[in-house]
Write a protein that binds this ligand. Structure first.
Ligand code: 9MR
Length: 375
């Protein structure tokens, strides 16, 4: 069923995209066309939100991109500046310069902010692993959370409390990822983190953020099973988790996108009473041929199929993409195209014009059933 339904969706997509793109023709002028409703406006009409990740460079050096973020987004998230390495560069010393700058920008533009992330195995300062190995990790984690979540208490929409906790291939307890936090504190590190955030900033929605649960691939099925089990166990223990972040780092070359499996998985999460947020959407195209028009179509139809399986669930709150323009994507650093061309993974091109991926998001948001906005 999947492939057939996916193909039908692609055709449907082409028709709808053509209509949406026709409504916002690309102009060759320096001023991008913004007359057609921005993504967050379309999302809001359905009780959802749309947002994007902002890098510190963008905020400081790229007013053009920031203007487009202000126009398209209702929420932003820092690509790095709320992570340990940025905020807590030396033991006991905090630097809130960059995180405060993003908060100030967002508040002045009436845009909400999500916090990312408090506990992760990456994005950490060099001193952290040594400090954890020496003991006292629970105290260290609680102090960091009190300082950071406490500073922004009442001002953040969400916190990614724990990021990327599962990785069954690591063969640890409960399918958890082998991280310095697991090594230092055992599986209870997750409970400690969620409880500390509930205390420091009770108003922020507490999220467990995860990747690699998108496709009908055996290794991803293992991750879905582990994630559902982890969530069920957390809820049984009374751990105050409230939502799951689906990162949605997609790959347009993967054919195993099964909408039935995906929507059932989202439903399995939301049936536990949890919300779902699409937190880091982008679409790799490094295994596709160079031709820009066909890459854009493949990227857009892939995202559309994924979004159409996820957004109908009424407990889905919104979508953020990991950046907004092809001017900057982490994908070019980690998965460079063999031909050296930049990836076209994001809704706007490098000239800040709306692409087919923008239209796919617009169409999928328009098609989503309305819901009461909940975060
Ligand atoms: O895009 C981010 C990159 O600029 C940082 O160097 C990196 C480490 O902090 O993190 C990247 O963002 C990741 C996000 O925090 C978690 N999910 C995967 C993202 C891409 O690696």
């Amino acid at each position: 069923m999947t492939i057939r339904r996916f193909a039908r969706r692609e055709m449907l997509f082409s028709a709808m995209t053509a209509a949406t793109l026709a409504a916002c023709p690309r102009s060759a002028s320096a001023q991008p066309d913004v007359a057609v409703a921005a993504l967050n406006n379309r999302a809001r009409a359905r009780g959802l939100f749309y947002g994007a990740a902002v890098s510190n460079d963008m905020l400081v050096k790229d007013p053009g991109t920031m203007a487009r973020i202000a126009a398209e987004c209702g929420m932003v998230v820092a690509e790095s500046s709320f992570k340990w390495a940025d905020l807590h560069p030396k033991s006991g010393q905090y630097d809130f310069t960059r995180s405060d700058a993003l908060m100030d920008w967002a508040i002045s533009h009436n845009i909400r902010v999500r916090g990312h992330t408090l506990v992760w195995h990456e994005g950490n300062p060099d001193w952290l692993a040594g400090a954890l190995a020496e003991g006292g990790g629970a105290k260290l984690m609680r102090e960091h959370i009190r300082a950071v979540a406490g500073r922004y208490a009442g001002r953040l929409a969400h916190w990614d409390v724990v990021n990327e906790a599962i990785n069954p291939v690591d063969k640890q307890q409960h399918g958890l990822r082998a991280t310095p936090w697991l090594k230092a504190l055992g599986p209870s590190y997750i409970d400690i983190a969620f409880n500390a955030v509930a205390e420091a900033d009770p108003a922020a929605l507490r999220v467990l953020n995860e990747f690699g649960v998108d496709y009908a691939l055996d290794w991803q099925e293992g991750r879905r099973v582990a994630l559902l089990k982890l969530l069920g166990d957390m809820l049984k223990r009374g751990v105050p988790v409230q939502a799951v972040g689906l990162q949605a780092h997609l790959d347009a070359s993967i054919t195993q996108l099964d909408q039935t499996i995906l929507s059932r998985f989202v439903n399995d999460i939301t049936s536990m009473g949890l919300k779902v947020i699409v937190t880091e959407l982008d679409v790799r195209d490094d295994r596709l041929p160079a031709d820009i028009a066909s890459r854009d179509i493949a990227v857009a139809s892939h995202a559309r199929a994924w979004l159409d399986a996820v957004l109908p669930n009424p407990a889905v709150l919104g979508v953020l993409s990991w950046g907004i323009t092809d001017r900057r994507s982490w994908l070019n650093d980690i998965f460079p195209r063999p031909d050296g061309l930049p990836q076209r993974a994001l809704p706007l091109d490098a000239d800040l014009n709306r692409k087919r991926l923008w239209a796919a998001l617009a169409d999928s948001l328009d098609a989503a059933p309305g819901r009461v906005s909940a975060g």
